[in-house]
Design a protein around this ligand. Structure first.
Ligand SMILES: [Zn+2]
Length: 878
């Protein structure tokens, strides 16, 4: 039976809107405040975006059905640079972008013309996304909607920034950032193609000396300087002789460019060939030894300085390259040099239990590596590096560091080389190439005199750890990721020169960056309702106002006067904030773990008292399209609104939920939607067929199917509590179906004709379960939805049944027992007595006595009865 999904969707959306079903105010019920990362409106939403929002919506609806007063609001994040870049491209008449708007996003031509103005792009897609959310049936309280460029929001962000600065958590300084050289702006995940967060690491540059010219090598292992035997240069590469401040260096051209972004004055003197240096010697900083420069093909010009120090005892690449050199196969090594290098031997300088003296040699031989371009050398390197880092002890030939652990001595050695004037630093992207949305390749820049959020602050990190430890994180396995992110986090630039957003309040040349103005906005949902109702004016809001609403500071009457509102209104806002805060659940995609979600916690612990710290984070994986990542360039994006029009909201919601558990990537495809659609339609059909009839005297199989049903309710509610929606859906759509088939088989074997009433009761029940996931909200709506269908009209006569079953589905485990008993069609004592007694007796020749817990005549010397639970009888064996 074909269902007209579009009519069903529209009917309910209209009813919800008419009844203001999703508008939530404070009341005397227990509340839940559910939020999800607000969208950045630079394109319409596609199926991939739909996942996070659908999960958050189902979570909200589920909690509502459990009786909570649930607030689920939505805002729009206009801040950032991508929209600015798009506007510039429209202005420049970029045909690729404009074609995309026309064909993929179906934007009318006259609208595209307006897109040269950034805010028009944001406004257009804002409305597009909002319509899609309504069509998907999200139960959002739209009275609280806002954008991050609204005057009231900007006042709120100014308050946040002034507050953080007062606490010394925003500091001015010089720190490295990901940087777009074209836009001259720091870049973070939101600004890059493919949404990659630029990640970088600090190399120590050790400078060897060749007649006054510096031969710099970049390393992550400065301690291995004590094991250096030679230097590697690539004879095929053209290097540059450059002036770095007052010194002359030899580096690859790539390195020279990188150094230019690190606050160094760079002047290129001339090109020099790598081969010219082969056979020359340079003085090491830690001894009077001359270190020979040898050729190696594994040395890459885009990595470090393009020159490497060789530590063959502990670095597999170096060991293998040395073997290659000594073999005589290398054409750039002449006869004299070849004989001179035969006596170079690895210098062992780290002792590690379980590793030999020359661990690089051992692993190269074990892995069967025979040349320096073998990719297996990467694995070999990682293995030795990590073992030596954690367990290695510096040997006697490491001067004052002998006997120390590598993990402890690393920084001391770095300082020591710096003190003797032979060290510098080089910052490198570890995930290069990272491309800015403008197309330019990003670099690491040392940004000086800039505003930074001091995420390296130890006390701040500690507080955030405390919050994470107390918080519920779903799925649980992601907790350790947050701990790692917190530990590695360092100062982060929080101002930009371009884009939409709020000006840094004390330095109006700068704008607050988009991952800094989007971390505590959940608190703003309380205020936005009053701004939208025009009960307060955004332009009037002051720091005192926010201090009062969030902290209850100072006198409400005085502040109300200053912002042109009444004392009562102000107190109402404060009370509503106190009622809804803290955030009970924050939903977001996995890609926001290393930035937004961690910053969200850091900023909350900095700005709010402990009772208002976030309670829960729910993280979900992304959505693949037929196994592939969705992207505009792949052309495999399905816009959400288009999909809803084609398949209906419920089939899409259920397909998104059933295709994967939280953290897994969900694989979405058209067959899957059709499968779900057919399943829903056939369920609807079987429900519609069955007439309500008098329920007969229950036979054992009837009792059995009712007990299966109650188990189903309990399993579903347990799955829902853990946000395991896929599992819950499987219970409802598939597991129960097979049980039902078994029931029908049993009934049929007895040639029963009186089961229609029972089936009717069960399938009403099952559609209630489905409603929980589909989107109906309360008992009233469910009854309405059921009687809307003529065939199920009789349910009207038995609203108690719906209520009871609802309670059962939704009850907490503690209440589960009560719920089951209320519905209880099953007399356990009776079943156990009649069906099990004979079985036990015949198999074990044991007399079985069954008592109910309340039976005053029960035989229970060990007082076991009190441990009995429904469906879990206590057993006493004598
Ligand atoms: Zn750029």
């Amino acid at each position: 039976m074909e269902v007209d999904w579009s009519t069903v969707d529209k009917k309910w959306q209209k009813k919800w809107a008419e009844n203001n079903d999703h508008e939530t105010n404070s009341n005397d019920k227990e509340k839940k405040f559910i939020t999800v990362a607000y969208p950045y409106p630079n394109s319409p939403q596609h199926i991939g975006h739909g996942r996070t929002y659908t999960i958050a919506d189902v979570h909200s609806r589920y909690l509502r059905m459990k009786g909570y007063n649930v607030l689920f609001p939505m805002g729009f994040h206009y801040t950032g640079t991508p929209i600015l870049g798009m506007a510039k491209r429209v202005e420049a008449n970029d045909t690729e972008l404009i074609e995309g708007f026309k064909t993929l996003y179906k934007v009318p031509e006259d609208k595209i013309k307006e897109f040269a103005e950034p805010v028009k792009i944001a406004d257009y897609f804002h409305e597009e996304i909002k319509s899609g959310m309504i069509e998907m049936g999200y139960s959002i309280d739209w009275r609280r909607e806002f954008t991050t460029i609204d005057p009231a929001y900007q006042k709120f962000i100014e308050w946040q920034f002034r507050n953080l600065k007062e606490k010394n958590l925003i500091v001015q300084g010089s720190h490295p950032v990901g940087w777009c050289p074209k836009d001259q702006n720091p870049v973070s995940q939101h600004d890059t193609l493919g949404d990659v967060e630029p990640d970088f690491t600090e190399y120590i540059v050790i400078k060897f000396d060749l007649n006054g010219v510096k031969i710099p090598v970049a390393t992550l292992r400065p301690e291995t300087l004590f094991g250096v035997t030679n230097i590697w240069i690539n004879p095929q590469v053209t290097y540059q002789k450059i002036k770095v401040n007052d010194e002359i260096w030899i580096t690859s051209p790539e390195c020279a460019r990188k150094l230019g972004f690190l606050e160094k004055k760079i002047e290129v003197i001339e090109d020099v060939s790598g081969s010219d240096f082969v056979g020359q010697s340079a003085k090491a900083p830690h001894s009077s030894d001359s270190i020979v420069i040898l050729p190696a093909s594994f040395v890459k010009s885009d990595n470090g300085t393009g020159i490497v120090m060789s530590v063959p005892a502990h670095a597999p690449f170096d060991y293998q390259a040395l073997v290659d050199c000594k073999s005589g196969k290398n054409k750039s090594i002449g006869g004299n040099l070849l004989s001179n290098i035969q006596n170079i031997e690895p210098i062992s300088m780290i002792k590690t239990e379980g590793l030999g003296d020359i661990p690089a040699k051992d692993i190269v031989e074990k892995m069967g590596i025979s040349h320096q371009d073998d990719p297996k050398l990467e694995d070999a390197t990682k293995e030795i590096y990590s073992k030596e880092f954690y367990e290695g002890i510096l040997a006697n030939n490491t001067k004052q560091f002998a006997g120390k652990k590598i993990s402890e001595a690393k920084d001391e050695i770095k300082e020591w080389i710096t003190e003797i004037g032979s060290a510098d630093i080089l910052l490198e992207l570890t995930n290069s190439p990272v491309k800015c949305r403008c197309g330019a390749e990003c670099v690491v820049k040392l940004l000086s005199n800039q505003w930074f959020l001091d995420y390296s602050n130890k006390d701040w990190k500690k507080k955030a750890h405390t919050c994470f430890d107390k918080m519920n994180i779903l799925p649980n396995e992601i907790s350790s990721e947050f701990d790692k992110v917190l530990d590695w986090l360092r100062e982060r630039a929080c101002a930009r020169q371009h884009g939409l957003g709020t000006k840094v309040p004390w330095d109006k040349e700068w704008l607050v960056e988009s991952l800094a103005d989007s971390v505590i906005y959940m608190a703003f949902y309380i205020i936005s309702k009053y701004v939208n109702k025009k009960e307060i004016n955004g332009n009037d809001l002051t720091d005192e106002f926010f201090d009062y609403v969030f902290y209850g500071k100072k006198d409400s009457g005085e502040i109300a006067n200053k912002i042109n509102t009444t004392k009562e209104k102000l107190e109402e806002i404060r009370n509503e904030f106190s009622y809804f805060y803290p955030v009970d659940s924050r939903h977001s995609g996995r890609d926001l773990v290393p930035n937004h979600l961690t910053f969200f916690v850091l900023n909350h612990v900095a700005l709010f008292p402990e009772e208002n710290w976030p309670q829960e984070i729910v993280v979900n994986g992304s959505v693949l399209m037929a196994g592939k990542k969705m992207s505009k360039s792949m052309g495999n994006i399905i816009p959400l609104r288009e999909a809803v029009r084609k398949y209906g909201a419920d089939p899409i919601r259920l397909t998104i939920l059933i295709s994967a558990e939280l953290l897994q990537d969900a694989d979405f495809n058209v067959e899957a939607i059709n499968g779900i659609k057919n399943k829903l339609e056939s369920m609807h059909e079987s429900c519609a067929k069955i007439k309500s009839e008098e329920i007969p005297e229950l036979e054992p199989e009837d009792k059995w199917i009712f007990s299966v049903l109650q188990n189903l309710a309990s399993n579903v509610s347990q799955s829902m509590d853990k946000i395991r929606f896929r599992e819950a859906l499987h219970h409802i759509l598939y597991d129960f179906d097979s049980e039902l088939q078994w029931y029908l088989k049993r009934a049929k074997s007895k040639q029963r004709t009186n089961i229609s009433g029972i089936l009717h009761k069960i399938l009403a029940y099952n559609s209630i379960l489905k409603n929980v996931l589909d989107g109906q909200t309360n008992v009233g709506t469910i009854i309405k939805s059921l009687i809307a269908d003529k065939e199920t009209e009789s349910i009207k006569k038995d609203p108690d049944f719906v209520k009871k079953t609802l309670n059962d589905i939704l009850s907490e485990p503690a209440e589960l027992r009560k719920g089951r008993m209320n519905v209880g069609q099953v007399d356990e004592r009776e079943i156990i007595s009649s069906e099990l007694s004979s079985l036990v007796k015949s198999d074990y020749n044991v007399e079985l006595d069954v008592f109910s817990e309340s039976d005053s005549k029960k035989y229970d010397p060990k007082n076991k009865a009190k441990t009995a639970r429904p469906f879990k009888p206590a057993i006493l064996i004598e």
